[in-house]
Write a protein of this length. Structure first.
Length: 161
């Protein structure tokens, strides 16, 4: 299954809000929600993902930059066919990640928490006011926001921000 089909969250608060809404207004959603995450497990998974990403980026930096400088990395990318501007940008981004600590990378990490079929996405479009779901529907499912969707939202008094 492709990653674009999933709802990815970086905040346990968003997951908790979604679970609360689903529990009251659409319990059938729990079939597709990952209910194994606790607050600590969510943080641990993000940290493990950040550490793994950091290790792979460190190995990539060592492979690309033979002597540990940005100029060597730029030369490597130019040899691979990048333009000079693209090579500089790639090398600087990779160097920034190389210098970052896993804890700072953890904030940007997202975990997949929901994988729904199109039928459920269409239903959520009409009934769900939770901001992270609205963002998912807009960015990944291509839903255009219309004022009349709000007429059918369940629990908008409690969950709309």
């Amino acid at each position: 299954m492709a990653g674009i089909d999933k709802l990815w969250l970086s905040s346990y608060y968003d997951l908790s809000t979604l679970r609360s809404w689903a529990l009251v207004y659409y319990p059938k959603l729990f079939i597709w929600l990952d209910i194994t995450y606790t607050s600590d497990a969510f943080k641990r998974c993000k940290m493990v993902k950040a550490e793994t990403f950091k290790r792979s980026m460190d190995a990539e930096w060592r492979r690309v930059s033979s002597d540990g400088t940005i100029n060597a990395a730029i030369a490597h990318y130019i040899n691979e066919g990048y333009s000079e501007e693209e090579a500089r940008e790639e090398a600087e981004n990779l160097h920034t990640v190389f210098l970052a600590r896993p804890f700072t990378l953890q904030e940007d990490m997202k975990l997949p928490v929901m994988n729904t079929p199109i039928k459920i996405d269409k239903k959520l479009k009409w009934i769900c006011p939770v901001p992270c779901v609205r963002e998912y529907l807009k960015n990944q499912c291509g839903v255009k926001e219309h004022w009349y969707y709000k007429l059918f939202w369940r629990g908008k008094k409690y969950f709309e921000y």
